[in-house]
Ligand binder design. Structure first.
Ligand code: PLP
Length: 461
């Protein structure tokens, strides 16, 4: 479907006049880029151009676009019961069935599920639940939350405070005093002369030192994405996850694993915490791939032990929730989405295809500008630098990630600019052919941008 040019112009004008875009200009000076349709791993824009969606919408369209089965499940639930409150003792079948299914898929004793409207509200819920736990059990000083530079945990006041993408803080207020950011865990950016193992030791020690500095009796939790996604697709060093969990356990600090991006097949498993990193956190938060983005939904999956401890054998009312917590239509969509992921073994498919994706991306390391290729499963980042030997970054005003992403779009592929990196998280349904399309668009784009930069007298080496 395309619009005629008058309708197109009208849409663009309406958008500029009325829409406040997330992370966009409040009063936009440039026109928005409309997407109109999607099928499989491809989307079509307002101009009718077909693009391979290397972003997966926003790290979320795991089962791909245009699934009639999803439309039918959503429509069925709407006709049966579009909405009823899940508050207090109210329930709907899809919300209960989904909670049981998530509990089944989650590691260890993570068997109690709080359904939310997305990832931010899932993380917000997780932190409020920790406060609730410690307030109820007479440890009211346990309030501090430890997080990391380059983390992204959401956009509510609390979760924006947990996030560590410091450029996003410009002119915005955040919670002060209760949130503490550790240094970046990006091995590519480790100090010169340090091995990755030493870097890991140092970052693990930093967590322990921070807990000791604040006092273990004042620290409620540590929140961590297993792979930091929008911070630049950063995979912490091997062993980091298990060692940080061990430190949290030692000091009575609860561990929240933010699997909003890494869940539902992105790393080849329903959840990555245990299957990929060998950890059993106290809470797993998820969203995005839970419904493959067809409708909004999130969840905080909480350990049975934690809930029992907070209850203390009495009635414990957790006065927290959203009108759309456990929305039956979203839960029906999630159940169908999870059924598709299982039936088509998209988990196994990701594990099998991932080495080919990284083989093709690593070939780019021979090109100018390409400093690092990293990731896991079908989640990848390619980082660009001015000088490969010294890893010197390009000047921020060059906006290298954006330039590469713009060039890729000219070559028919969407990738996500993340500062000096581009992020790749395509629908999990792609095959080797789409990996080739992605890799060749990146190759052409990198060569073109490197040429442009040379013409602009930017020194690259
Ligand atoms: N956590 C992570 C790791 C994310 O990447 C995001 C969103 O990108 C969120 C939380 C917030 O999720 P939402 O945008 O659904 O509120």
């Amino acid at each position: 479907m395309t619009c005629d040019s008058a309708a197109e112009a009208a849409l663009r004008t309406l958008d500029r006049r009325h829409v406040i875009h997330p992370w966009g200009e409040l009063c936009p000076s440039a026109e928005a880029s409309f997407m109109l349709a999607g099928e499989g791993a491809y989307v079509r824009d307002l101009d009718g151009t077909r693009l391979l969606d290397g972003v997966g919408g926003l790290w979320c369209v795991n089962i791909g676009y245009g699934r009639r089965e999803m439309a039918e499940a959503i429509a069925d639930q709407i006709m049966r019961l579009p909405f009823y409150s899940a508050f207090m003792d109210m329930a709907t079948p899809p919300a209960t069935e989904l909670s049981a299914k998530l509990a089944d898929a989650a590691p260890g004793d993570l068997s109690r599920v709080f359904l939310t409207t997305g990832g931010s509200t899932a993380n917000d819920t997780a932190v409020r639940l920790l406060h609730f736990l410690f307030n109820r059990t007479g440890r009211r000083k346990k309030k501090h939350i430890i997080t990391r530079a380059q983390a992204y945990h959401g956009s509510t006041f609390l979760t924006a405070s947990l996030s560590g993408k410091f450029a996003d803080r410009t002119d915005l207020d955040l919670l002060e005093g209760q949130v503490h950011h550790l240094s970046s865990v990006d091995p590519y950016r480790r100090p010169a002369g340090m091995t990755v193992a030493e870097f890991c030791d140092q970052r693990v020690a930093e967590l322990e030192n921070k807990i000791l500095e604040l006092g273990p009796d004042t620290v409620a939790g540590f929140i961590a994405e297993p792979v930091l996604a929008s911070g630049g697709v950063i995979v912490p060093p091997s062993g980091y996850h298990a060692r940080t969990l061990e430190i949290c356990r030692r000091y009575g600090v609860k561990y929240i694993s933010d699997e909003v991006v890494t869940g539902f097949g992105r790393l080849g498993h329903v959840f990555a915490s245990e299957a990929v990193f060998g950890i059993e956190p106290d809470v797993i938060t998820c969203a995005k791939g839970l419904t493959s983005g067809y409708v909004p939904l999130g969840a905080a999956i909480v350990s049975e032990r934690l809930c029992r401890e907070a209850s203390g054998g009495e009635s414990a009312i957790f006065s927290h929730g959203f009108t759309y917590s456990g929305h039956p239509v979203a839960c029906a969509a999630a159940l169908t989405n999870m059924a598709i992921l299982e039936r088509e073994d998209l988990y196994g498919h990701v594990r099998r295809l991932s080495p080919y994706l990284f083989q093709r991306l690593e070939e780019l390391l021979g090109l100018p500008l390409v400093g690092d290729v990293r990731g896991l499963g079908l989640l990848a980042g390619v980082e660009f630098v001015a000088d490969k030997a010294s890893r010197r970054p390009l000047a921020p005003e060059i906006a290298i990630g954006k330039r590469i992403a713009t060039a890729c779009r000219r070559h028919g592929v969407m990738v996500r600019p993340l500062g000096s990196t581009v992020g790749i998280s395509p629908p999990l349904t792609i095959g080797r052919e789409e990996v080739d399309v992605l890799a060749s668009a990146l190759r052409s784009s990198i060569l073109e941008v490197a040429d442009e930069l040379t013409r602009e007298s930017v020194t690259i080496g």
